[in-house]
Design a protein. Structure first.
Lengths: 296, 288, 440
């Protein structure tokens, strides 16, 4: 309440809406809001280009729900996300923990581990495809031949790229643990594990939340790396359909869009479903964060 | 003095020395992929797949052939792609930083109903996957002539506004009001207050948002691919993808060379701004 | 800070200026031409030709080439723009079904009248001409005459002349003997690697698959189908087994082999046989700079034998999947400019010689120049000898996804991670499913 009154004193600011907010808002409407709403509309249409859309109601959604490939992509993405969140966060935390103990060369290691973040997804995919195939060729196989290779290959790629970033966030969190607290605990006879469990982890909880959120959404929305590394191969054939074994949701949507001109509306409908899914996950995550903030 | 001794002591503990050794090994493994690319960029195309992990030898060594080939491939000069990548990244980042920091300050300070709506729309946009808007966005951008490297920053501002506004708002909320009040009592209007008082305080967040935007825009593939007028403009990632896809001809050597060329600017950027980048990510994480 | 602000404002103003001026540079009255080209291997030649036309007439002429495998998505994106292509391509009836609304009726145009025969026009239900084929291509198994002659001359060879190499069994014998004596001939294998990377897999998932489709259509007396039966899949398997087992590399390596790999192997004389078409001449011909490649008289081409009755009379696979269409939704002036451009390309000396010599095309127009491409000459010889040409039926394949499925199944079969049943499922079941998807 008090803040309100103080802000009122800055009142002239109100009149400056056109200068402060309008440029961003206008761009936001052009670059996001309008395409978003139009996208929802198009998910109820068949269309080849956006100008010849015809309304078909829920048809696209029914087709999307009956598409086995889409379901496979969903479960595959979910599994991938689960594994990558665990792998990336565990390793990132371990590395950060060691680097904050003041070992020799900490800064160099930090620099090296962060570097892969600067390389773009398409390029990363090509680099790793060359490396994996270079290794697998000796065993007479290739990354596109076995879905296990594709899965773990993508996990390794993502871990290589993201551990550095998450590590930085964990280091920031770990540095905010007061040194006296650690010392006090040690004097009280706590061992390293107990300190970690009862002091360190609770204090870096905010970092854990952030990192989990970031890895979760990054993995869920993954596209470039998936496209460049395996592009969905291999394919499993059944009488009902051909299912791309390593295709994630974003890639499935992209492929639906561009391989069959009659299914563009279905692609858009899948995109809407995908968006709802991501939004739901984010909302649940936000809930958790809120709860914790209240407790603090 | 004492604490320094203590630190040295810590560094020399046997367990820490072992850790240093382990981490050194891991670091080498970590940079290997990039070295493999560098190595292969000097090999003739046919040797990239067959001898991926061997150093170039007398037969496979291609000198700078791949670089020359990569740069002159097709009829689109690689330098143009480099130029447009730089133009787009720099213009977009400046535009985003300026507009969203102003917007976020206004939104958090005025905080009326409209502001809340705008703010939550921005937060909302962060969770929307690009696939949701990719098709319609390219159409909109084209109609409004936002399909050149000089105007595409407006698209980036629109699509990237969410995260930037969110991060700036988080910071503004933690800023004490008293400084701004003092400025306004001194007779500063909102514009002067913003540029002379608020903006300098925001510096760390500006850096961290700036870095996130640069990393995103420089490496972005799908958005410029779908939006830019391809008769005239390409960016580096588009160029590399283009090199991958000619009928019956994939030149892996040249692709590796262009990957090296596209990574160099970002490595230089990292080497120069390393401290800021790491601090920026830290600050961004804590605030966001 | 203020300086930064003014700088930024200036930049934004400049940007806006660019935005508003950007669209006014084309001469609206004279119209302009924007060709979205399908064939990346001829990109440079098209650019040169467009430049020449622009210099000669002052009409703005732009050529953009889509990267391999992205034509459909590029076309979709470009068509949606305010300055869409005025000239684009479809691959045949299936492609036309997608874009018919955008195809200008060419029945009164000069470019249609220049066609040698109506066979090369893509017609609508009421006699409208929606597309004209502009290049006729031929593919088969290209071979290196010099090395094959060495084989014929060798004392251990069973087949002694090219005339005897006229069916699958003969081919199979030749190939296995070459493979067994590869060091004698200085080759790494009989066939070039059948790479299944996206730069090369179309040779097998599309062109080779066409053989099985062709025979089935022929047997059933049809030209298209909503459900293929896969009658000739066993033959498809026979030839594919030959390609993967008698090659320069192990079948398990094929997944990551590229088109360039196969091309290099053929050029450097490391393999005798190379399945490809007339378009491959440019890249496989002798190149002074590297000393690699085949001289014109070293090229030979065989029909694709796969053990079907009566194949001694088989010819090469000839057809077109490249039809020009003019965008009906473009401005009047642009349509006119495009029609003029096409007329110039197929009648003017500069155009026809660029098509014939620079691009190595056989074009189905009255003023066509004879291409200097030796592979084209070989193709003509087959026709003169009265061999039955195999038509191109792959434009009736229901979707890109069908091809991708067959390609993946072939790759997995070659690597041993999948079985031939997968190819069957992809070929037969996949066809029906994709047909349904594409048509409702």
């Amino acid at each position: 309440m008090k803040d309100r009154k103080r802000i009122k004193r800055l009142n002239p600011l109100r009149a400056y809406f056109p200068i402060f907010v309008l440029p961003t808002l206008a761009a936001f409407i052009i670059g996001f809001l309008y395409p978003f709403i139009r996208g929802i509309y198009l998910s109820f249409c068949t269309f080849r280009t956006t100008s010849d859309a015809k309304w078909v109601g829920l048809d696209n959604y029914i087709k999307a729900f009956n598409d086995e490939g889409f379901f496979h992509a969903f479960w595959y993405t979910a599994l991938f996300t689960l594994v990558s969140v665990i792998v990336i966060n565990v390793f990132a935390f371990m590395v950060a923990y060691v680097l904050t103990r003041g070992i020799r060369g900490s800064n160099t290691f930090r620099t090296v581990f962060f570097m892969p973040n600067l390389i773009g997804g398409i390029v990363l995919g090509y680099i790793w495809q060359m490396i994996f195939d270079g290794i697998l060729r000796n065993y007479g196989t290739s990354i596109v031949l076995d879905s296990r290779f594709g899965f773990w290959g993508l996990i390794i790629l993502m871990a290589w790229q993201q551990i550095g970033y998450m590590m930085i966030i964990y280091i920031a969190g770990l540095q905010s643990v007061p040194e006296e607290l650690n010392e006090a605990a040690k004097i009280d006879g706590a061992n390293g594990w107990q300190v970690l469990k009862h002091i360190t982890i609770p204090t870096v909880m905010p970092s854990i939340t952030i990192c989990t959120f970031l890895t979760l959404t990054n993995s869920f929305k993954l596209f470039d790396q998936n496209l460049a590394l395996t592009n969905g191969a291999p394919i499993a054939f059944t009488a009902e359909g051909a299912i791309k074994q390593t295709e994630m949701i974003a890639l499935n949507i992209y492929n639906t869009f561009y391989t069959n001109a009659n299914w563009r509306g279905v692609g858009q409908a899948k995109a809407v479903l995908f968006f709802i899914l991501v939004a739901a996950i984010a909302l649940i995550q936000l809930r958790f964060t809120r709860k914790r903030e209240v407790q603090q | 003095m004492k604490s320094k001794d203590f630190a040295l002591d810590k560094k020399n503990k046997p367990s820490n020395i072992i850790l240093t050794i382990i981490f050194s090994v891991v670091s080498v493994i970590y940079v290997l992929p990039v070295l493999v690319v560098l190595m292969n960029s000097f090999k003739f195309n046919e040797f990239v797949n067959s001898t991926t992990f061997e150093l170039p030898n007398a037969i496979s060594f291609a000198g700078f052939n791949n670089y020359i080939k990569g740069m002159t491939f097709g009829n689109y000069p690689f330098f143009n792609s480099v130029f447009y990548s730089f133009t787009i990244t720099i213009l977009s980042t400046i535009l985003i930083l300026l507009c969203t920091s102003m917007c976020a300050w206004y939104l958090s300070r005025v905080n009326n109903f409209i502001c809340k709506v705008v703010y939550y729309l921005c937060v909302f946009s962060m969770v929307v996957p690009f696939q949701m808007v990719m098709f319609t966005l390219s159409k909109t951008a084209d109609t409004l002539k936002l399909n050149t490297p000089y105007t595409i920053p407006i698209i980036y501002l629109g699509f990237g506004a969410g995260l930037a506004v969110f991060m700036f708002s988080g910071f503004v909320k933690s800023m004490p009001l008293s400084v701004e009040e003092a400025a306004s009592i001194d007779g500063c209007g909102p514009i002067r207050t913003f540029f002379q008082v608020v903006l300098p305080i925001m510096r760390p967040t500006i850096i961290s948002v700036g870095i996130l935007e640069i990393m995103w825009i420089w490496n972005d593939y799908l958005l410029p691919y779908l939006v830019l007028d391809r008769k005239l403009y390409m960016t580096i990632p588009i160029h590399i993808q283009y090199l991958q896809g000619s009928y019956g001809a994939v030149d892996l050597g040249a692709t590796m060379a262009l990957i090296v060329l596209s990574v160099i600017p970002i490595i230089i950027f990292y080497a120069v701004c390393q401290k800021h980048i790491i601090k920026g990510v830290m600050a961004g994480a804590v605030k966001g | 800070m203020r300086r930064i602000l003014s700088l930024i404002l200036a930049v934004m103003l400049v940007a806006l200026c660019f935005a508003s001026c950007g669209s006014t540079d084309s001469n609206a009255e004279a119209g302009s031409v924007f060709y979205l080209n399908f064939k990346p291997e001829q990109d440079e030649q098209w650019q040169a030709l467009a430049k020449k036309y622009q210099e000669a007439t002052g009409i703005k002429t732009t050529v953009v080439t889509a990267a391999e495998g992205t034509y459909e998505s590029t076309l979709t994106a470009e068509m949606d723009k305010s300055d869409p292509p005025t000239l684009f391509q479809v691959n045949g009836p299936v492609g036309l079904a997608n874009w018919q609304d955008y195809c200008y009726d060419l029945s009164k145009s000069d470019v249609y009248k220049e066609l040698k025969s109506d066979d090369f026009a893509l017609k609508g239900a009421n006699g409208e001409v929606y597309g004209v084929a502009y290049v006729i291509e031929t593919y088969g198994i290209i071979y290196n005459k010099t090395i094959l002659q060495k084989y014929f001359d060798a004392e251990w060879s069973t087949i002694k002349s090219i005339d005897k190499l006229n069916n699958f069994d003969a081919l199979s014998t030749v190939v296995s003997e070459i493979q067994a004596h590869k060091s004698d001939l200085g080759v790494d294998g009989a066939f070039t690697s059948a790479g299944m990377d996206s730069s090369s897999d179309w040779r097998f998932k599309t062109h080779l698959a066409n053989m099985a489709i062709y025979y089935e259509y022929l047997a059933d007396g049809i030209g298209k189908t909503d459900a293929i039966k896969g009658t000739y899949l066993e033959n498809y398997k026979k030839i594919w087994d030959l390609y993967i087992n008698y090659a320069t590399c192990k079948p398990t390596d094929l997944a990551s082999k590229t088109g360039t790999d196969a091309e290099t192997e053929f050029k450097s004389g490391k393999a005798v046989f190379y399945q490809n078409g007339t378009w491959a001449y440019g890249s496989a011909a002798y190149d002074e700079a590297t000393g690699l490649g085949l001289k014109d008289d070293e090229f030979g081409m065989l029909p694709i034998y796969m053990g079907v009755e009566g194949e001694e009379n088989l010819g090469l696979c000839t057809g077109s999947e490249n039809y020009w269409c003019v965008n009906a939704k473009a401005d009047e002036a642009d349509i006119k400019a495009t029609l003029d451009f096409l007329k110039w390309v197929v009648t003017d000396d500069a155009g026809t010689s660029a098509l014939a010599n620079d691009m190595g095309f056989v074009i189905p127009f009255k003023n066509a120049k004879e291409a200097s491409n030796p592979l084209v000459k070989i193709a003509n010889d087959y026709v003169t000898a009265g061999k039955t040409s195999v038509s191109w039926n792959f434009p009736t394949i229901p979707s890109e996804d069908w091809k991708n499925g067959v390609g993946a199944a072939l790759t997995q079969y070659a690597a041993g991670t999948g079985s031939w049943d997968d190819v069957k499922l992809a070929f037969v079941d996949g066809w029906a499913r994709e047909y349904k998807k594409a048509n409702g």
